[in-house]
Design a protein around this ligand. Structure first.
Ligand SMILES: Cc1ncc(COP(=O)(O)O)c(C=O)c1O
Length: 466
């Protein structure tokens, strides 16, 4: 079993468990060994699927003995159990994964021929359908074709890639930046590179899985502090070896609760103890700060964070990720990071998409205003109805309903009433904190919000939640 807290598995270790976790995390090499890693990943997904158990079976308990699935691939129990579960969830109409979208995802989306109000997408500013952004992508395809045709370092670098890297460095107020083909891959590459360079990595326990996975390289020395607990972080900094080069790593906005890392306190501590800071702005880029420049702008600490990572796949409406930081680190990543050197480049049209999205964010602040206005409306509306909503100033709104059954029943009713949301249950979040995770977007009209609130009201009353 993994000794790492993972954002896909909620745990709340006590202090002795934390000490043990942090001691053991120094000797994690074995976790990388192929078979164990595969087992770990399979178990993590299996655990997340198991949160559907009660609703899926509606009464039958899931046990290894009840597995009916037979595979030509392997008889490994975790494998059989997972495939079996997926089949059962589909049979019982409680499978909420990979719903097929049959239209662009904006204020609404067509699923199974029905139009639904979209409250579950990371397309926060609605830029995937913005005319200028679409035109930029189309123009780039007309001019450069559909794929880059090679790895960046050999035959796949276009001027558009470099323009995008310049713009992202400017946005994050760093010397330089480098773009990768995925946000997950970006953290994996950046964090594992820091580990290999000998840095000790001190993580918030709720950091995204891509950061945690980056900590698993062979020589990594990683430790974890309680979520956003600056006193615990200070303890780790104080107890660590001052001779070590250290990075404190946190998500800027945490993806399950939508809360914001205490970056000013992190900066004070890292300065005091001679460490460096790394912030993942995946959910903050285009969303936080007056101009959408992210967590640093939000807190008024621009230019002070050593490394800012982000994704192009959320508010920027494309796909890919970036590391913004010191020029020499960027040069190093471009020549030494295996994910960059051995993987084909982002298609030029995707770079053009992200560049156009950055233009829109700069020139049309109304989308950002609308996003936050919509988020407040949804949050206040749900609170007025009697729901427990956690609003943290970001468009991720968890609506806490308690037991997982309730979350899935609520999701099912909302689905019937035409609202697309994502239910989340243990082990992704605390037990008895199952929730509907709403992601608000800027395209929602007052009418959409009114209709969605009405759906929540009907569903909440019928389940006795409000
Ligand atoms: C905090 C955080 N970092 C990184 C990623 C990975 O980004 P991408 O989906 O672009 O691969 C995510 C994805 O949800 C995330 O929430």
């Amino acid at each position: 079993m993994s000794i790492y807290p993972s954002s896909s598995v909620y745990r709340e270790p006590n202090s002795s468990q934390f000490r043990r976790l942090n001691r053991r995390s120094v000797v994690i090499r074995a976790l990388l060994k192929g078979r164990r890693k595969t087992k770990m990943l399979t178990r993590a997904f299996s655990r997340s699927l198991s949160s559907h158990k009660r609703m899926a079976s509606e009464s039958t308990s899931v046990s290894k003995r009840s597995i009916r699935y037979r595979s030509a691939v392997t008889h490994q129990p975790e494998f059989l159990e997972m495939i079996d579960k997926v089949e059962r969830l589909k049979r019982t109409n409680t499978y909420f994964y990979m719903r097929n979208l049959e239209s662009a995802s904006g204020a609404s989306v067509i699923v199974g021929g029905r139009r639904m109000i979209m409250m579950g997408s990371n397309n926060y500013l609605g830029l995937t359908t913005h005319p200028l952004v679409k035109q930029a992508a189309i123009r780039a395809i007309e001019e450069y074709g559909t794929g880059a045709g090679g790895v960046r370092i050999l035959s796949g670098t276009y001027r558009l890639h470099e323009q995008l890297e310049e713009r992202l460095a400017e946005l994050k107020q760093t010397e330089a930046s480098v773009v990768f083909v995925g946000g997950y891959l970006t953290n994996l590459a950046a964090v594992s590179t820091l580990a290999e360079l000998g840095y000790v990595l001190i993580n918030d326990e709720k950091n995204h899985a891509s950061i945690i996975d980056g900590c698993k390289v062979r020589k990594a020395r990683a430790s974890f502090y309680r979520h956003n607990d600056m006193a615990h972080l200070e303890k780790l900094l104080l107890n660590g070896n001052r001779g070590d080069e250290r990075f404190v790593i946190a998500d800027g906005v945490f993806s399950m609760d939508g809360d914001i890392a205490d970056v000013p306190a992190m900066l004070n501590l890292t300065r005091q103890y001679g460490a460096k800071t790394y912030v993942d702005d995946a959910h903050a880029t285009g969303v936080l700060g007056t101009h959408g420049r992210g967590t640093a702008e939000y807190f008024g600490v621009e230019g002070q964070i050593d490394i800012i990572v982000g994704t192009l796949s959320k508010a920027l409406g494309a796909v890919g990720g970036f590391v913004a930081g010191p020029r020499d680190l960027v040069v190093y990543l471009k020549h030494a990071s295996r994910a960059f050197v051995f993987g084909s480049a982002l298609p030029p049209s995707v770079a053009a998409t992200a560049l156009a999205a950055l233009d829109v964010i700069r020139d049309e602040p109304e989308h950002l205003h609308r996003l936050h206005q919509n988020t407040r409306r949804v949050s206040e509306g749900l609170k007025d109805l009697g729901f427990e909503v956690r609003y943290n100033g970001t468009p991720i709104l968890p609506v806490i309903v308690g037991e997982e059954d309730r979350a899935y029943r609520l999701a099912r009713l909302l689905d019937q009433y035409g609202v697309f949301v994502n239910p989340v249950a243990y082990p992704a979040v605390k037990p008895r904190e199952a929730r509907i995770r709403i992601s608000v977007n800027a395209l929602l009209t007052d009418r959409d919000i009114g209709d969605a609130l009405l759906a929540f009201k009907r569903a909440g009353i019928s389940l006795g939640l409000i």
